[in-house]
Write a protein that binds this ligand. Structure first.
Ligand code: ATP
Ligand code: MG
Ligand code: MG
Ligand code: MG
Length: 511
């Protein structure tokens, strides 16, 4: 039976409500009073002070689905996004917590029962569990208690794997609360899960759920002491779980992302998302679609929580990257209506994001109310970042409106002529950018660099000088006999091709 993402999310929360947990709303992605983090990156962030013993717990048991962003610091998945099927910049972390209430046994049983019973009904033989295998150098004992709990639950011993410090011991910082984790992984291919499996190919496993048992306090001197109260902190990626439950290998093939791909191909007029990765993604479009869809989600979520680009370096970076990708997608369709620019594509995808997510996160509705302040702000921010990108100039004030317009026109011309990254801006076109669009040679050089185009700057500078001379001369003679600057353009037109291609070839020959 097909389970939509919203039902996957609801089922998780309902399961824990039924086990006497309190629903605590997702916090904003902007951390509250925590300068050490640019974005909330885990469900536990809003409970940090409870674990530190500074704040009282909000309940004995809690559950929610937390909006998380991982683009910096200890958790930075930004450059992975688009290239694999299960890391996103923004994702939802389904979580349950015990604040001094239940501990290891109940946590493992909850997780196992939820995943293997209806309506999730994951195949038990495809689930692997890990436990902390200990670390002698740090004097940390193995968490055999958890190992035995999994054995009792009935997980085959070959699918209970000891993991080391990096993956299975959680610490908040160099001191403070910490403890071993146990994880549930899923075997997507079904090749690993044989009851007698000894030779495990862990490559085929995807981490699904991380359960942390906060049982120690690491003191300033590095020694561990047992906490008076034990805590449980868990997190499972909604997108990963949804992919499994919808029978997909990739998070992008779920109803969280497919509507975004529909928007991308509608607006760009290009093919629908094909779901290829790496070398199979021959034209690179699938990867670009994934990056754009992912980043549009992050941007929409961040802005809905009042993170504004002017105050957030991380958000600015993601907006810029998604604009570059949007531009690359738009320029693939040579016949596309020239009034469509990269900003339109990004904004349309963001609208679609809010349609997908607003029922779970009503703060996303700002996008749907077209003239809300946040939406206007978002639209303007995206346009501003686009102009900055085009000019590579973080100090926009230095450029006049007509220069900005000139850059946009020049981009459209390149686009409509189908001139792509790696190709060359020919001599005539470069001079047109100067003469018709009012761009300085420096701006033309920057435009070429951001678009990845080659340009002969010496030639352009010489041509601009000649053109100025001609224009000056034209002023001197009478109206009737005036020589217009365009005569230089037309004289270049004839020699252009041979001229450039000869040079291009000789340069290649040198390499
Ligand atoms: P991974 O090893 O796959 O990067 P992680 O160990 O960094 O995951 P945790 O910090 O344990 O992840 O977070 C808990 C859960 O959140 C993970 O088990 C996974 O399901 C999900 N998750 C983590 N990072 C991402 C991400 N970038 N995109 C989507 N889901 C994620
Ligand atoms: Mg990670
Ligand atoms: Mg991990
Ligand atoms: Mg983990």
């Amino acid at each position: 039976r097909y389970l939509a993402a919203k039902d996957v999310r609801r089922r998780f929360v309902d399961f824990f409500l039924n086990e006497n947990h309190n629903f605590i709303r997702s916090s904003s992605v902007k951390p509250y009073n925590d300068p050490s983090l640019e974005f909330v990156n885990a469900g536990m962030n809003q409970f940090k002070n409870v674990f530190l013993g500074i704040a009282p717990p909000p309940a004995l048991r809690a559950t929610n689905s937390q909006k998380c962003i991982r683009i910096g610091g200890k958790h930075n998945d930004l450059n992975t996004v688009g290239h694999d099927s299960y890391h996103h910049t923004f994702f939802e972390m389904l979580g349950n917590w015990s604040f001094g209430d239940y501990f290891k046994k109940e946590s493992c049983e909850f997780a196992w029962n939820l995943l293997t019973s209806q309506p999730y009904s994951l195949e038990p033989d495809r689930l692997y569990t890990t436990y902390f295998g200990g670390d002698a150098s740090l004097n940390l004992p193995p968490d055999n208690e958890t190992k035995e709990i999994w054995e009792k639950i009935g997980v085959h011993k070959n699918r209970i794997i000891p993991f080391g410090l990096k993956d299975n011991f959680w610490e908040m910082g160099s001191s403070g609360p910490c403890g071993p984790c146990t994880e549930l992984h899923y075997d997507h291919k079904g090749t690993v899960a044989r009851p007698d499996c000894v030779n495990r190919d862990l490559q085929d496993l995807t981490e699904l759920w991380n359960i942390v048992f906060i049982q120690y306090n690491r003191k300033e001197d590095g020694n561990l002491e047992l906490l008076e109260q034990n805590f449980v902190d868990t997190g499972m990626g909604l997108e990963r779980l949804t992919a499994l439950l919808q029978g997909k290998n990739s998070n992008y093939d779920t109803d969280l992302f497919m509507p975004l791909f529909e928007t991308i191909s509608e607006v760009s007029g290009l093919q629908f998302y094909k779901g290829n990765f790496g070398p199979d993604d021959v034209d690179g479009l699938d990867t670009k679609y994934r990056i754009l869809a992912d980043h549009a989600r992050m941007i929409a979520i961040a802005i809905a929580d009042n993170v504004l680009p002017e105050n957030s370096h991380g958000l600015r970076r993601v907006i810029r990257k998604s604009l570059i990708v949007s531009e690359q997608i738009m320029s693939r369709n040579q016949g596309v209506n020239e009034s469509f620019v990269a900003t339109n594509l990004l904004l349309e995808v963001i609208k679609q994001v809010s349609l997908v997510l607003h029922s779970a996160y009503p703060e996303m509705e700002f996008v749907l109310r077209n003239e809300s302040n946040l939406w206007i702000n978002l639209r303007e921010s995206v346009k501003t970042e686009w102009k900055k990108l085009l000019t590579l100039d973080p100090n926009l004030e230095k450029l006049s409106d007509s220069q900005n317009q000139g850059l946009i026109n020049a981009c459209r011309e390149l686009h409509s002529l189908g001139i792509y990254s790696g190709e060359k801006i020919n001599r005539k076109m470069a001079l047109t950018f100067y003469d018709r669009y009012g761009l300085s040679s420096q701006l033309i050089e920057e435009l070429a660099s951001i678009k990845g185009l080659k340009i002969d700057m010496d030639m352009l500078i010489k041509d601009i000088k000649d053109l100025k001379e001609i224009n000056k001369a034209a002023l001197m003679v009478s109206f009737k006999t005036s020589i217009s600057g365009t005569s230089l353009l037309s004289s270049i037109k004839h020699c252009d091709l041979t001229d450039d291609s000869a040079k291009f070839q000789s340069r290649r020959g040198c390499n």
